[in-house]
Design a protein around this ligand. Structure first.
Ligand code: FAD
Length: 438
């Protein structure tokens, strides 16, 4: 079926991929985006003369659907790979991490614990069917693999400072796919290899947007789709469409790609079973600090942290993956937490100041005089809490409301949120299999 009038809500990677595929199939698409730019979690901004993403992004070796899009859009030459390094700040000392030699030298684990850790990572690499791990919690799975004491050293602070009260409510399948994706990105056990897009994710998203427009599609920015903007009834209803800027715009099909919690607020008329499932899914937000420094902070791209004085799971020194201008250094510090956490509502400067204090703890020679610029961005629903039995918890992508489709980053569980998976799902959404309200 083609020639339908389709509204896509959200111009993140998923919304753009949906719209691009529908436009190619002959539909007339209009994307409504609340923000003043495309990209969602992958959006970019001008940061002291550097164009950069609000949140860090890396590409992994197994991101095959992303490579297919880059090929189709003529962007493969923009994909670059770097041999990256990891660090681990553990109880006041900065250690190397992420290769067998670093593991052997690491003081926080016994030889047996190190062996069991290596074994668990290797076994996750081989998992193909995640159904069994969907049923158990990641904490139980990890403790079974490496023991409770090693779990406390390696994983507990990472979970705690990302999920807080949900830290023991995560599915082992979700964690396992994360471990597998990163492990399969390595060139060898000794060499970690991560990718990035020269010019940032924006390069890909802007070309997609251009192609959509060239096929007659429209992207409307600053256009939050409002409460009550969706249909409650069946095929052919005249009130089917989206409510934008106080007006109902009629469409044959509506595809929502915005975080599901927004959708349930926006659509009070959803069937009860769908609304109940959406309401049961929890998300955490993020406030992500970004610093531009005169010189490198460390040589690591990724620095895990386990230190009682530091309330973040790690630091990401992005310029050690993507050298950007080659002159300055870029560091991200993510503060993930449920929106109900008392820290969440603090103003951005508080998070920046806290980050600088932590950096002085990690490297006492670090001086705030080295900071060229700072910023902090907040994303309300940044990471779904994928609980055990999450396959069964997911709401359907095709609503019982005829013509309405809804997906967000949770729908490609057990894979973790990524640009690659959002685009892959966007390309597959069932909307072009004859669904619609025409
Ligand atoms: C800190 C952080 C680090 C990350 N690191 C990586 C990484 O290293 N590699 C990687 O591949 N991915 C990473 N990601 C994930 C990646 O950014 C996301 O998976 C991807 O952007 C999701 O795209 P999406 O289109 O599914 O959703 P989103 O990006 O959430 O897009 C949804 C869009 O809907 C819009 N919207 C919301 N409400 C409305 C409304 N009412 N009306 C209209 N529009 C609305 C939003 O403004 C947004 O533009 C990271 C994310 C974060 C937050």
């Amino acid at each position: 079926m083609s020639g339908r009038q389709v509204a896509v809500i959200g111009a993140g990677p998923m919304g753009l991929a949906v719209a691009y595929e529908l436009a190619k199939a002959g539909d007339k698409v209009t994307i409504f985006e609340a923000d003043d730019r495309i990209g969602g979690m992958s959006a970019a901004f001008d940061f002291a003369c550097t164009r950069i993403e609000r949140y860090y992004h890396f590409v992994c070796g197994p991101d095959t659907p992303l490579f297919a899009y880059l090929d189709e859009l003529g962007l493969t030459s923009r994909l670059k790979w770097t041999s990256t390094r990891m660090g681990f700040y553990y109880n006041g000392v900065l250690h190397d991490w992420g290769n067998p030699v670093a593991l052997l030298k690491f003081p926080g684990l016994s030889l047996v614990q190190k062996f069991r850790y290596g074994l668990q990572v290797m076994s996750a690499k081989g998992v193909k069917d995640w159904c069994a791990l969907d049923k158990i919690s990641s904490s139980d799975w990890l403790k079974r693999g490496i023991g409770e004491a090693a779990f406390d050293v390696l994983w507990k602070p990472l979970f705690h400072y990302k999920f807080y009260e949900y830290q023991d409510s995560l599915s082992a399948a979700w964690l396992g796919t994360r471990i597998k994706r990163v492990a399969l990105s390595r060139k060898s056990v000794f060499e970690e290899r991560m990718g990035y897009l020269e010019g940032g994710s924006e390069v890909l998203l802007e070309v997609l947007a251009e192609r959509i427009r060239a096929m007659g599609g429209e992207i409307v920015l600053n256009a939050p789709v409002g409460v009550g903007g969706h249909p409650t009834g069946g095929p052919g209803r005249k009130d089917f469409g989206v409510q934008v800027r106080g007006q109902l715009q009629r469409f044959d099909t509506v595809v929502s790609t915005i975080p599901l919690p927004y959708l349930s607020r926006m659509l009070p008329g959803l069937p009860e079973d769908e609304a109940t499932k959406i309401a049961a899914i929890k998300n955490v937000g993020v406030i992500c600090v970004l610093l531009k420094l005169k010189k490198p902070f460390t040589h690591n791209f990724w620095l895990n942290i386990n230190d009682p004085r530091i309330e973040i799971p790690g630091l990401i020194e992005y310029s050690n993956l993507n050298p950007l201008d080659g002159e300055s250094s870029i560091v991200y510090a993510p503060y993930y937490m449920p929106q109900s956490h008392p820290k969440y509502a603090r103003d951005p400067q508080t998070f920046i100041d806290e980050t600088l204090r932590y950096m002085q703890l990690i490297r006492p020679t670090f001086s705030t005089d080295d900071v060229i610029a700072s910023a902090a961005h907040r994303y309300e629903f940044a990471q779904t809490v994928c609980t055990p039995d999450f396959f069964a918890a997911l709401p359907p992508m095709q609503s019982k409301v005829a013509g309405l489709f809804m997906a967000d980053t949770s729908h490609y569980y057990p894979e973790d949120r990524s640009i690659c998976e959002s685009m892959a799902l966007g390309a597959k959404l069932p909307v072009w299999h004859g669904g619609g309200n025409a």
